[in-house]
Design a protein around this ligand. Structure first.
Ligand SMILES: *[C@@H]1O[C@H](CO)[C@@H](O)[C@H](O)[C@H]1NC(C)=O
Ligand SMILES: *[C@@H]1O[C@H](CO)[C@@H](O)[C@H](O)[C@H]1NC(C)=O
Ligand SMILES: *[C@@H]1O[C@H](CO)[C@@H](O)[C@H](O)[C@H]1NC(C)=O
Ligand SMILES: *[C@@H]1O[C@H](CO)[C@@H](O)[C@H](O)[C@H]1NC(C)=O
Ligand SMILES: *[C@@H]1O[C@H](CO)[C@@H](O)[C@H](O)[C@H]1NC(C)=O
Ligand SMILES: *[C@@H]1O[C@H](CO)[C@@H](O)[C@H](O)[C@H]1NC(C)=O
Ligand SMILES: CC(=O)N[C@H]1CO[C@H](CO)[C@@H](O)[C@@H]1O
Length: 487
């Protein structure tokens, strides 16, 4: 509900031009109808969004209560010079103010998500000049003979004022924020679309009954880090680039880690997220760089398998599937794209869900990293270091689903208190966060990170002779009340 109202609000403050109003009104109406369920979709446009404002109420030089103003979406808009000269107040001009009162030609009708022009504070500019302010393009136009900068007002991925706030409060927050040059100049919309990439699972899937793991509490240490146990054999965070592939990267990397762990480092080739990204689309549900479902990804590795990253390397791009679906040698080997080499196909068993703080810890300690879905909001993109908490700083801005890889946990002292955290690999490259990783508060389901945690056993089939003893020992899971033997 909240996000819908915010959405509405966005269009409400962006109502500068008549030409765009029609589109906005339709969007606002759809949103309203959706949110309140009260307005029939075909009843058209709300009365106060219907059209002429200043054309009806007239234009004024000064603000006078109830003159030169009109009701709009639960508030009032104005047709006086005050509405755009008073830059400290809210921007409250009527949609047709510029065209009716100032005689400025309307901008051509454009798709909504593109330009939503707005005035900025900066008034001095050279006529015709085009400059970029963060993620917005501004053009200098003459209005009343005054050169005025007219800008888009996209929400930017690096939000300067949010950055300031976090920097000022980083001691209390326990984490710090950074202006990443890779993110500067990009819109928040781009961030949500191309830097995340996990399609929200249906309710039924979210409620998969988690495995009951059997473990001894005193066996769980207060800190554990797969990177310390396996060193370089735990693969570094990959940079997904501007491709919503967190679903593929996290699944491939968790699978890799599990092979490393369960074969004690014998099978340590990084597996190919590109293989998953480009080939796991036969069911039309996966959308490549526009996101994917985790369940489908795991099923695909279970039934087909993954080649190594060396065989089909990551390049951050969606292309056609370049791995043949012809398997040879007892279904375990395929040829690599554009080379004479072959690669083994690594597979996993059935995917399962892990729940509770201790259950997740036990899982990682025994079997390797796990995959976790999380709800990401704007401030997360700016995380630099420390123990991240899903703060309320960006409340009201849109959120998106992302998938990451939990590789361990630990604790540290903050202002005299012990703070427990997860150690998590992101997929934005080594330049982001703590060398590609971040830490996040543990045990409090921050950003829903403990809600939907998935894993699968590596199918180490013909390697059982090596690690059979070690991996049979603790294989006492029960699924939905039924004991599962791992063999
Ligand atoms: C600007 O508008 C706001 C809100 O309408 C008002 O509180 C403020 O006093 C105005 N500022 C100036 C300089 O007139
Ligand atoms: C942050 O702190 C600086 C200096 O103390 C101050 O000027 C600025 O207004 C603060 N910004 C925010 C958003 O709190
Ligand atoms: C962020 O970094 C870019 C360069 O990468 C710089 O141009 C911009 O001014 C910085 N913004 C803030 C708010 O520090
Ligand atoms: C990690 O890989 C190296 C080879 O690159 C190997 O020599 C080493 O034993 C492995 N370490 C662990 C802890 O498995
Ligand atoms: C385990 O089995 C694999 C494949 O069958 C074989 O290549 C390997 O030599 C065996 N290892 C041991 C220690 O027996
Ligand atoms: C779990 O058990 C319940 C009741 O015994 C059954 O209805 C359900 O289908 C089972 N779910 C799975 C995934 O096996
Ligand atoms: C191979 C392995 O991790 N074995 C562990 C099984 O669990 C017991 C305690 O429950 C550990 O002592 C073993 O090291």
């Amino acid at each position: 509900m909240w996000t819908r109202w915010t959405f509405l609000f966005e269009y409400n403050v962006g109502r500068q031009y008549c030409s765009q109003m029609t589109v906005m009104a339709v969007v606002a109406m759809v949103t309203l109808a959706y949110a309140l369920n009260t307005v029939a979709a075909d009843e058209g446009i709300a009365d106060d969004l219907a059209g002429d404002y200043c054309a009806n109420v007239g234009c004024c030089a000064e603000r006078q209560d109830d003159i030169c103003s009109a009701p709009i979406l639960g508030t009032r808009c104005y047709c006086d010079d005050f509405c755009y000269l008073n830059r400290t107040g809210s921007d409250d001009c009527c949609p047709d103010f510029m065209s009716v009162c100032k005689g400025v030609e309307s901008l051509p009708l454009e798709p909504l998500k593109k330009d939503k022009p707005k005035y900025t504070e900066k008034l001095n500019c050279n006529h015709g000049e085009v400059i970029n302010i963060n993620c917005n393009e501004c053009r200098c136009r003459k209005i009343d003979e005054n050169p005025t900068l007219i800008c888009n007002h996209n929400e930017c991925l690096i939000d300067s004022s949010l950055l300031d706030t976090i920097r000022n409060q980083s001691r209390q927050l326990g984490w710090s924020a950074k202006n990443y040059s890779e993110f500067w100049g990009r819109t928040y919309e781009d961030g949500l679309k191309w830097r995340l990439g996990t399609l929200q699972p249906p309710e039924k899937i979210l409620q998969i009954i988690p495995l009951k793991s059997v473990f001894r509490r005193d066996y769980l240490k207060s800190s554990f880090d797969l990177r310390k146990v396996f060193g370089d054999n735990i693969t570094d965070p990959i940079d997904q680039g501007w491709c919503g592939a967190s679903w593929a990267i996290s699944t491939a990397q968790v699978t890799t880690d599990r092979f490393v762990m369960m074969t004690k480092g014998l099978m340590r080739d990084a597996l190919s997220p590109k293989h998953l990204l480009t080939c796991n689309n036969h069911d039309q549900l996966q959308r490549g760089c526009q996101g994917g479902h985790l369940i489908s990804a795991w099923n695909w590795i279970r039934t087909f398998g993954l080649v190594t990253d060396e065989c089909y390397p990551w390049d951050g791009r969606m292309t056609g599937c370049a791995v043949s679906n012809q398997r040879s040698n007892n279904n375990l080997i395929v040829s690599c794209p554009r080379s004479a080499k072959t690669s083994p196909l690594r597979r996993v068993g059935l995917m399962y869900r892990v729940a509770t703080e201790e259950g997740i810890m036990n899982e990682i300690m025994n079997w390797g990293s796990v995959q976790a879905m999380m709800k990401v909001s704007k401030e997360f993109f700016m995380y630099e270091s420390g123990v991240y908490k899903c703060s309320k700083l960006a409340l009201g801005s849109k959120t998106g689903y992302h998938t990451v890889r939990i590789v361990g946990w630990g604790e540290e002292q903050q202002n005299g208190k012990t703070v427990k955290y997860w150690i998590v690999s992101n997929s934005w490259g080594l330049w982001w966060g703590e060398r590609g990783y971040f830490r996040i508060l543990k045990g409090t389901n921050e950003c829903q990170i403990e809600d939907f945690v998935l894993a699968a056993m590596a199918d180490i089939g013909n390697f059982c002779n090596i690690s059979e003893q070690s991996f049979k020992e603790n294989a006492s899971y029960t699924l939905n009340g039924t004991k599962i033997e791992i063999s």
